[in-house]
Design a protein around this ligand. Structure first.
Ligand code: TNX
Length: 529
């Protein structure tokens, strides 16, 4: 430690006393509140470990963001600067020299792929991680330790103080996802990017895009151009629909990658394929293309399992999609294939899964895939309910025991398109009404008894779009439920506690106001205002 760094002895003694006094016990957080800083126990998702104490750090006009020369540290530094500059009005330059300020450093330590440590004292804030993703998650924690006004896009009065202490954090599960259905209603690149920004706030690291369904095909495929040009030309209720060009899709992928979010593209097959069947008559067993579909029924369409053309189609589509996708996964759907016989379903899945591997990707399918033969390494996405039959659950549990990983998306817990109450606008209720507590109050580790803990890859909150058309609709159904799912995916099981969680969640409300996110003001949560 240089002279420059050393704390005068008397101050050091005071700090020690303060640290002892301020280290958080359960329900004990008066000191930070008294100074106007956000206490560490208001962070969502709850960090693995927090030790609050010591003097706060105040961001000022002279604060610099110190990066370590690696491109990852610089990229996260630029991102942080873009968050902080508009509201603080400070220049916050990036630098590789000097001391103090906000330091983002890659280093050795027990951080894993996404973990980080954040320390704060009067001289500065240091975020250390093994990988850039960890620095990025640490930055999300730092945002939440600053006053909510930091999220505004115009200069605010401040002050901008971060409570003193240490957060040591890493995720419980590697897969923490959300899904957006861009097929039932199309959403623009800007709307998807906004969603990615919102997900990143809560350390979600995966966005699954449901790119095809009966009502619309949303991704350009060069070898089958009518899929997008015709199959993408409408949506639920009629209207123009839309699709992403390859350049637009890659822009979404880039935007996500800069926020350490992996895109998982889904082409739903063999059911949910009316848009494709309408675009190419040859994909139908009878050779006749059905009309485009703008209703909301499910289970009426199927690719023709006995035709070679079907597999040429699947090969071309998955090859082109794999080439656009740096992520590890291709989701091939497989749900609600009610118009495909069981034997045909198994035949289809047996032929299509190896195509995914041929293009270097790993299969994800909805959990009906476990009724066929999931290939080695495949993940099954469970979307059942409490009331799902014991037989269907047992099939999923057995697959997990045999090595199929599970992504948990129980519909009566984490389907973001379910209504909160009978009276809330937009959404569906086929899986039940899902208030905030219900979406948070379950444990992915024990949810399906008999599943080995190691088989649970993580959680995902799907947002189906039959009833929604705007960014405001997306926000309303997503907030405040998504942060709870994010916490189930990130935080240690030991932190799970509804009474504590609802206070953490309440503290997010003013942040969403500052970000322009309209949310459901659930009466279960003690919102501040
Ligand atoms: C079931 S969940 C579906 C979707 C619907 C959703 C509406 C799943 C794999 N299939 O086709 O959009 O319900 O909540």
């Amino acid at each position: 430690m240089t002279r420059h760094h050393r704390t005068p002895r008397i101050l050091g003694t005071l700090l020690l006393v303060a640290t002892a006094a301020l280290t958080l016990g359960a329900g004990d957080r008066p000191a930070a509140a008294a100074r106007g800083t956000t206490p560490f126990d208001r962070v969502v998702p709850a960090p693995a470990s927090v030790q609050q104490g010591g003097a706060p750090y105040e961001i000022s006009r002279s604060t610099r963001i110190r990066v370590d020369g690696t491109s990852g540290s610089r990229q996260v530094g630029e991102y942080l600067a873009q968050v902080l500059r508009p509201s603080t009005g400070y220049p916050l330059p990036l630098t590789t020299t000097g001391t103090g300020g906000i330091r983002l450093a890659l280093g050795d330590g027990p951080f894993g792929a996404e973990g980080y440590r954040l320390t704060s004292d009067s001289r500065g804030v240091t975020i250390t991680a093994g990988r850039p993703a960890g620095l990025f998650h640490g930055v999300q924690t730092l945002r939440q330790l600053l006053p909510p006004a930091v999220e505004r896009k115009t200069a605010q009065p401040g002050p901008w103080a971060v409570a003193g202490g240490t957060v040591t954090d890493s995720p419980r599960y590697a897969y923490r996802g959300a899904m957006l259905d861009v097929s039932r209603h199309f959403f623009t690149v800007a709307q998807v990017e906004r969603y990615i920004d919102e997900l990143a706030l809560y350390k979600i690291n995966t966005l699954h895009l449901h790119l095809s369904d009966d009502q619309g095909w949303r991704i350009a495929v060069d070898s089958w151009p009518r899929l997008a040009s015709y199959g993408g030309s409408t949506q639920v209720g009629g209207g123009p629909g839309g699709f992403y060009t390859k350049a637009q899709y890659q822009e979404i992928v880039r935007h996500a990658a800069a926020r350490y979010v992996e895109i998982v593209p889904e082409i739903d097959m063999p059911g949910h394929t009316n848009a494709a069947l309408a675009s190419y008559a040859g994909l139908n067993c009878n050779g006749v293309a059905p009309p485009l579909y703008t209703g909301t029924n499910v289970g009426f369409s199927s690719l023709c399992v006995s035709k070679q053309e079907t597999y040429d189609f699947a090969d071309d589509v998955l090859r082109e999609l794999a080439a656009l996708t740096p992520g590890r996964y291709l989701h091939i759907g497989g749900d609600e294939a009610h118009s495909t016989s069981h034997a045909d379903y198994v035949t289809f899945m047996d032929r299509v899964q190896p195509i995914v591997a041929r293009y270097g990707k790993t299969v994800i399918g909805w959990h009906q895939l476990t009724g066929a033969h999931p290939v080695k390494g495949a993940l099954a996405q469970y979307w059942g309910l409490d009331s799902t039959s014991a037989q269907e659950k047992a099939q999923v549990v057995q697959a997990a025991r045999n090595g199929t990983g599970l992504i948990l998306s129980p519909a009566d817990r984490v389907y973001l398109d379910m209504k909160y109450t009978e009276d809330t606008p937009v959404g569906q209720d086929w899986a039940g009404l899902v208030e905030v507590r219900r979406s948070y109050d379950w444990d992915p580790g024990t949810y399906l008894p008999g599943v080995p803990a190691s088989a649970v890859a993580g959680v995902e909150a799907p947002l189906w779009s039959e009833t929604i058309t705007t960014a405001a609709d997306i926000d309303y159904l997503t907030f405040p439920r998504l942060p709870g799912v994010a916490e189930l995916g990130w935080s240690p099981a030991a932190t799970h506690d509804w009474d504590a969680y609802r206070l953490r969640l309440a503290a997010q409300g003013p942040r969403w106001d500052a970000l322009g996110i309209g949310y459901y003001r659930s009466p279960q949560v003690p919102w501040a205002s």
